[in-house]
Design a protein around this ligand. Structure first.
Ligand code: UD1
Length: 430
C-alpha cells in the first residue's frame, strides 16, 4: 500500500493547476446513461473514483473512449472522455461496485427514467456517517416509482409509461438526491418541482449539461428547481467545472505554510465562504485572471470559528483542512460539523502531530500551537487524509501518511502539484 512522506517546513511558491471537480464529474458521467447519443466531457480529472465509475458505467453498457491526456506547459492536464450508451446492457448495479463508492448509487435515477427499472445495491463510500438513502427513495416515489428494499438492494420500478412529474420538497438538503431527481425528472412526463434542493455549484453544472442535452431545467443554484420532462435527451459536449474543494485545500495549505501560490483554472465564486474564512485567518486571497492568488504568512494565523453548512455555507469537504489550519492559529477556534455526524476522524491523527483538539458533540475546540511535529499518521477518509498532508507540510520534520488510497480517490497528482511549489512530498510504494 502506498504511503506519502512529507518533510515539513518549506513555504509554498508557484502555480498549482486546479483539476476538474470530482463531485461534478461523477454525476455528469452518470448522466450519459440518459441518452443513446454520445456525451463528451472535457476536463475530467484522473482519480480513482472516476476510474471506478468508468467500470461501473461499462457494466451498464456505456462505451467509453478516453482522449489522450494533453499536458500543458503549466503542468495541467486536460482529459476528454466520450460516453456512449446505445442500449442499457444491465439495469443492476452490483454490491461489489456500489459498495466502493457512494455516488455510484446515483445510477438509479437515469436507469429508472430510461429503462423503467433499476436494481441498485445500497451504497458504501467514505465512513463519515450513516449516510442513508431515504431521500432518494421518497423523491423517486414522488415521481411514481415503486421502491422496494430486498437483500441489500433497492428495486425501483417506474409506472407503465414512465415516471410522472410531481412536486417534491426535500425534508433535508442532499446533493446526491438533488442530482438523481434532476436526472430522473428530465425524462418524466410533465413538470417536476423540487423544493429545498441542494444549491451546490455541481448541481448547477449537472443542470447545465442536462440542458445542453435537451432537458428543460430552470432554477438550479436556487432552492427550487423546475424540470419540464422531455421524451428523450441527446448528446452534448460539456466542460467539468473546476474543483472548489481542491482549490480550498491548496489555499489552506498556503495559509498554513506561508508562501505565495496562484491556483490556476479555478473560480473564487465557487467557494466564497471558505475563502472568506481563509482571509479572516490572515492570508491574502485575491482573484487573478483565470484563478486565485493566495499569500500566506504561516506563523501569523488568526483563530476563526466555522460551521459547515450546505452551499453557500462553509463546505463540509473543507472542514478537516480548515481544522488543520486552525491547529497553528494564535488562539482558540471552534469547528462545528452539521452535515455528517462522524466527520472528526482526523482529530486523533492531527493530535499525533501535536494539535490540541477537544471534541464536544459536533463541535471541535482547537487550541492553536506554533509548533506541529511530524509523525506517522493514517488517512481515514478522503478529505481527512488531505488535512494530514497539509498539516505535515507545516510541521517540523517528517510525516508519513499511510492508507493514501483515500487521497487518490479525490486529489489528482497531489505530490507533483505540491512538489512543483517547493514542498518535500514523495510517494513511497511498498
Ligand atoms: C456529496 C459529496 C460529498 C459532500 C456532500 C455534502 C459527491 C460525490 N459527494 O455527497 O463530497 O461531502 O455532498 O456536501 O458529490 N442524507 C440523508 N438521506 C439521504 C441522503 C442524504 O439523510 O437519502 C443526509 C446525509 O447522511 C448527510 C446529508 O444528508 O447527512 C447530506 O448528504 P448529501 O448531500 O446527500 O451528500 P452526498 O450527495 O452523498
Amino acid at each position: 500500500m502506498d504511503r506519502i512522506r512529507i518533510v515539513g517546513g518549506n513555504e509554498l511558491k508557484g502555480v498549482i493547476p486546479i483539476s476538474g471537480a470530482k463531485n461534478a464529474a461523477l454525476p455528469l458521467m452518470i448522466a450519459s446513461l440518459l441518452t443513446s447519443d454520445t456525451l463528451t466531457l472535457e476536463n475530467v480529472p484522473h482519480l480513482a473514483d472516476v476510474e471506478l465509475l468508468l467500470r461501473i458505467l461499462g457494466n451498464h453498457g456505456v462505451d467509453v473512449s478516453v482522449n489522450g491526456r494533453r499536458e500543458h506547459q503549466d503542468g495541467s492536464y486536460a482529459r476528454t472522455i466520450h460516453f456512449t450508451c446505445r442500449t442499457v446492457a444491465d439495469t443492476t448495479a452490483p454490491y461489489e461496485l456500489v459498495s466502493k463508492m457512494r455516488a455510484s448509487f446515483w445510477v438509479i435515477g437515469p436507469l429508472l427514467a430510461r429503462e423503467g427499472k433499476a436494481r441498485v445495491s445500497l451504497p458504501g463510500g467514505c465512513a463519515i456517517g450513516t449516510r442513508p438513502v431515504d431521500l432518494f427513495i421518497e423523491g423517486l416515489q414522488a415521481l411514481g416509482a415503486e421502491m422496494e428494499i430486498d437483500g441489500g438492494y433497492i428495486n425501483a420500478t417506474a409506472p407503465k409509461g414512465g415516471l410522472i412529474g410531481a412536486t417534491y420538497n426535500f425534508p433535508k438538503v442532499s446533493v446526491g438526491a438533488t442530482h438523481v431527481m434532476m436526472m430522473a425528472a428530465s425524462l418524466a412526463r410533465g413538470t417536476t418541482v423540487i423544493g429545498n434542493a441542494a444549491r451546490e455549484p455541481e448541481v448547477v453544472d449537472l443542470a447545465n449539461c442536462l440542458n445542453a442535452m435537451g432537458a428543460k431545467i430552470s432554477g438550479a443554484g436556487t432552492s427550487t428547481i423546475t424540470i419540464e420532462g422531455v421524451p428523450s435527451l441527446s448528446g452534448a459536449r460539456h466542460r467539468v467545472l473546476p474543483d472548489r474543494i481542491e482549490t480550498g485545500t491548496y489555499a489552506m495549505a498556503v495559509a498554513m505554510t506561508g508562501g505565495d501560490v496562484t491556483l490556476q483554472g479555478t473560480d473564487a465564486s465557487l467557494l466564497d465562504t471558505a475563502l472568506e474564512a481563509i482571509r479572516r485567518a490572515g492570508a491574502e486571497v485575491t482573484e487573478t485572471p483565470g484563478g486565485i492568488r493566495v499569500v500566506g504568512y504561516g506563523s501569523e494565523i488568526r483563530p476563526v470559528d466555522i460551521v459547515t453548512e450546505p452551499f453557500p455555507g462553509f463546505p463540509t469537504d473543507l472542514q478537516a483542512q480548515f481544522m488543520g489550519l486552525m491547529t497553528r492559529a494564535n488562539g482558540v477556534s471552534h469547528v462545528t460539523e452539521t452535515i455528517f455526524e462522524n466527520r472528526f476522524m482526523h482529530v486523533q491523527e492531527l493530535a499525533r502531530l501535536g494539535a490540541k483538539i477537544t471534541l464536544s458533540g459536533q463541535t471541535a475546540r482547537i487550541e492553536g500551537t506554533r509548533r506541529l511535529r511530524g509523525a506517522p499518521v493514517m488517512a481515514t477518509d478522503l478529505r481527512a487524509s488531505v488535512s494530514l498532508v497539509i498539516a505535515g507540510l507545516a510541521a517540523e520534520g517528517e510525516t508519513m501518511v499511510s492508507r493514501v488510497y483515500h487521497l487518490d480517490r479525490g486529489f489528482e497528482r497531489l505530490e507533483e502539484k505540491l512538489t512543483r511549489c517547493g514542498a518535500v512530498v514523495e510517494r513511497i510504494s511498498d
